[in-house]
Design a binder for this molecule. Structure first.
Ligand code: AMP
Length: 284
């Protein structure tokens, strides 16, 4: 496994692999790897000749007052974990290599970036689509892997790939959870033991929503209100959003008649956590 920080060296490797007719898989991450990330890498390993993992805490997708500075970073630990998959390349460029002085170009997907996380984190998806676009141009992957953990991000990236006629496949990997249900996240490291326990309210509320729907509830407002009451019952939790949305346009729905995404962002103490569940509902 090679750790590459230099764009020229990356282009060289990618050029050789492409010239040899081999396939390239890319797993974009912000590092501080966990089993969620490693699952994406293992999927890439199954299909691709060259597996590239990018590790880049992208300043462009963090808002003012968010945790860009504090975000956990440990390249030595990450290299050990990725090496175990194994992956071929860790691409970990410095910020100035991706955004040199004079950088002035951004990629923006409209509409679907305005709901859910787009409301509470204005500019976030513009940062994500810009950096992902740059990574696609640099790594030239045939396939790129994204986690369902960031459900809106998947919808946005797929939209960008389709709208800009990008020549690659996007593969989505299901959410990887801790044994007690908490969705794995690099940000879980911020949680105190008490907050770690409180954070279970996210996955529990999604399970309850699923059970209500299984039992025949089709009123999205009632499902949402049950979830909100559960989360509000947890003293350390503050809701950012709890929404039941159409999978295609990410707009809130009233009646559950087809496949929906139940998505939530909740602050546990100061840590903002995401979770979601996709539910296929038959017409009633
Ligand atoms: P991040 O480093 O948090 O930006 O995540 C990098 C990629 O890993 C994204 O595509 C995430 O959706 C994915 N990912 C993060 N956590 C999980 C998880 N618990 N299960 C599945 N994929 C995940």
């Amino acid at each position: 496994m090679e750790i590459i920080k230099d764009l020229g060296r990356l282009k060289e490797v990618v050029g050789q692999v492409r010239a040899a007719g081999q396939t390239i898989g890319l797993v974009p991450t912000m590092g501080y790897l966990h089993q969620g990330h490693l699952t994406l890498m293992r999927e890439a390993r199954k299909r691709c000749d060259l597996v590239v993992v990018s590790i880049f805490v992208n300043p462009l997708q963090f808002g003012v007052g968010e945790d860009f500075e504090e975000y956990p970073r440990d390249l030595t630990r990450d290299a050990e974990l990725a090496g175990g998959v194994p992956v071929d390349i860790i691409f970990a460029p410095p910020v100035a290599a991706l955004y040199p002085k004079g950088y002035n170009t951004f990629v923006e997907v409209e509409g679907i970036t305005e709901s859910l996380c787009g409301c509470s984190r204005p500019g976030h998806f513009r940062g994500v689509t810009t950096v992902v676009n740059k990574l696609f141009n640099l790594v030239e992957p045939h396939v790129a892997y994204f986690g369902q953990k960031d459900a809106q991000q998947v919808v946005v990236i797929k939209r960008m790939v389709e709208d800009l006629n990008m020549n690659l496949e996007i593969v989505t990997v299901p959410i990887v959870r801790e044994a007690d249900g908490l969705a794995m996240s690099s940000r879980n490291v911020y949680l105190s033991p008490e907050e770690r326990e409180a954070a279970l309210v996210l996955s529990r509320s999604l399970t309850t929503a699923g059970e209500l729907i299984d039992r025949g509830e089709r009123d999205a407002r009632k499902v949402r209100e049950t979830m909100v009451a559960m989360i509000e019952g947890e003293p350390l939790a503050t809701i950012d959003y709890v929404e039941i949305v159409d999978l295609a346009n990410l707009q809130p729905i009233d009646r559950l008649t087809g496949p929906v995404l139940i998505a939530l962002a909740v602050r546990i103490g100061k840590t903002r956590l995401l979770d979601n569940k996709m539910v296929g509902v038959n017409n009633v």
